[in-house]
Design a binder for this molecule. Structure first.
Ligand code: ADP
Length: 567
């Protein structure tokens, strides 16, 4: 706003000065031609004065120049008027004195002002230039006098009109300016009150990184806020008795933002008055005006709570992992410790039965057989529970696994069961995925095992298919078995949920729960589509982001830093 006015003043002054200078040069020439040496001397002096003025203006000292212009013009005209008694110069003196406010007020309508000046000064110049010719042409004295008076009246008239218009226009302009200023002040207050409401530290800085605005969230004490305006981060750190190195490091980042013109975010750690470590997230972006970057706007908020929560979360995760490991060890040891006495019980019972063959009655024999069967079931259950416990565990880093190869291996292990059923197993070409082979094996063995087990058809058929969509790989295992009623299609994925008794179909009710846990681990889902008597199809999805390698072939992903350096 101030700059705008300065520029406006300067243009106004330069143009006025030029107009006056041209007129004076015309006068000088005419005085010299006509041998009016004293007038030529005064005019020459006046031109020198104007040149001096111009120099001052070029130096940018507009107000001094304005003042000086008025003084020089006034001296020139008053010398002519008072010392030489020239009446036209008295009028000029008054005219120029009346124009004085022109230099002190902000005048908007430049065209109007300059045409006004021209109206007043051009007849004056013409008169001065031609005055001596009147004598030379020996016009009758009465004609000269009436011409002379005509010019005087014309000047008085022009001066009055000009004065009226200047003040009138200027009054409008002043009101308009005041209105605009009020609007701007209102807007500034509105934005400042918005900034005051935001519970985030906000500050602006100029190009020298001196504060130009600070909200009360950033600095609570109004007096410190006031003091900080025009001060740097180093000043502030000194004031707060903080380590100045922190301010220097911060300013390096701020200068970087100024130089690159890029917004940036950074974290700061500091120790507060009570000795607690605090963390703060800071961001800074350049502010632009018509000439480019004029400063920076920065924000900051306390992330101590977030940091502490993160730290606690990390600690919990480590603790959880440790407990999980303990649990796995425990499950491993327990299943091993339980299984071996159970095996002993079963083998001893079998030995007992063999040694007493023929001595035991029917009931005793069937009780022993039932106990052996129960012990075997318990053994199987412990094994399955162990598998369930470790289903989400994988000690080795994930590598690419060819699902076709893993499936071949699984089928080899199931060969007896497949042959006993006379089943036909077929499969699509399966994908190569980033998965633990033991997990793939567990999925296939449980699903294919069930497809064979819950199948009463003469020619059991199992079909393994693979497809994918935008986000996931889909594997399905379809059979022509007994099927599952819709109301049970969800509960079967929960542990120990069985739809049949052990005498109908052997099992522990853990297999699908293991599958569900594994699939969950790869960001996928498992579900079944089935109709009783018409077979079942189990679907598995595996999240592509989890089972596909991060860096694809022919696709270079540079580390972030490299991009930044290259850019
Ligand atoms: P288990 O087979 O040991 O009982 P699962 O968790 O593997 O345990 O299966 C849970 C239940 O889901 C089974 O008891 C069975 O009733 C049903 N089920 C699983 N797979 C099939 C299938 N292919 N066809 C029909 N029913 C099935």
């Amino acid at each position: 706003m101030a700059n705008e006015r300065e520029r406006h003043d300067l243009t106004l002054f330069n143009r006025t000065w030029l107009t006056v200078l041209i007129i004076q040069v015309i006068c000088l020439v005419s005085h010299l031609i006509n041998g009016l040496h004293s007038a030529a001397f005064t005019t020459g002096w006046f031109i020198v004065a104007l040149c001096t003025l111009y120099f001052i203006v070029r130096k940018g000292r507009v107000n001094v120049a304005k003042m000086a212009a008025i003084v020089f013009i006034s001296i020139d005209t008053s010398v002519n008027a008072v010392v030489f008694g020239e009446q036209t110069h008295v009028i000029d003196f008054l005219l120029l004195a009346a124009l004085t406010p022109l230099y002190f007020f902000e005048i908007k309508n430049k065209k109007f002002i300059f045409s006004g000046i021209a109206i007043c000064l051009i007849p004056f110049a013409l008169y001065q230039a031609m005055a001596s010719y009147f004598v030379q042409f020996a016009l009758p004295l009465t004609t000269q006098l009436s011409l002379y008076h005509l010019i005087i009246w014309e000047k008085i008239f022009c001066m009055a009109v000009l004065l009226y218009l200047i003040y009138n226009k200027n009054a409008h302009y002043e009101t308009e300016m005041r209105q605009k200023e009020n609007e701007l002040v209102g807007q500034k207050k509105l934005y400042e009150s918005i900034l005051e409401q935001i519970p985030i530290d906000i500050a602006t800085m100029d190009k020298d990184l001196k504060y130009t605005y600070i909200n009360s969230a950033a600095v609570k004490e109004a007096s410190v806020r006031e003091w900080l305006l025009g001060k740097s981060n180093v000043d502030y750190f000194k004031f707060r008795n903080l380590d100045v190195k922190g301010a220097v490091a911060r300013e390096a980042i701020l200068y970087e933002a100024l130089n690159t013109g890029e917004a940036t975010e950074f974290e700061e750690t500091f120790v507060d008055k009570s000795g607690n470590t605090k963390y703060s997230m800071k961001g800074v972006s350049p502010i632009y005006n018509e000439h480019g970057i004029s400063g920076l706007v920065g924000y900051a908020f306390d992330i101590t709570d977030i940091k502490e929560a993160e730290k606690k979360l990390k600690e919990y995760a480590i603790e959880l992992e440790r407990k999980n490991d303990d649990l796995h060890h425990f499950v491993n040891a327990t299943s091993h410790d339980l299984k071996s006495p159970l095996r002993n019980i079963a083998s001893h019972l079998q030995l007992l039965q063999r040694r007493n063959a023929g001595k035991l009655d029917e009931d005793s024999n069937s009780m022993i057989a039932y106990t052996i069967k129960s012990v075997k079931h318990l053994n199987q259950l412990i094994g399955d529970i162990y598998q369930y416990a470790i289903a989400d565990k994988n000690d080795k880093p994930l590598e690419m696994a060819d699902l076709n190869l893993v499936l071949d291996e699984t089928l080899k292990q199931m060969e007896d069961a497949i042959n006993a059923k006379g089943a036909v197993i077929s499969h699509d070409v399966l994908p190569v995925l980033k998965m633990a082979p033991s997990h793939i094996d567990m999925l296939f063995s449980n699903l294919i095992g069930n497809a064979l087990k819950y199948n009463t058809s003469e020619k059991p058929q199992v079909m393994i298919r693979a497809s994918d969509n935008e986000t996931a790989h889909i594997i399905s295992v379809a059979d022509n078995g007994i099927g599952i009623a819709p109301e049970y299609q969800q509960q079967i994925f929960e542990i120990f949920q069985r739809l049949h008794t052990a005498s109908e179909y052997e099992g522990t009710g853990v297999g699908l729960a293991i599958c569900s846990k594994i699939v969950d681990n790869y960001g996928g889902k498992i579900w079944v589509e089935s109709e009783p008597g018409k077979g079942s199809t189990f679907y598995i999805t595996l999240d592509k982001e989890m089972v596909e390698p991060v860096v694809k072939e022919n696709h270079n992903i540079l580390p972030y830093n490299s991009i930044a350096i290259a850019g």
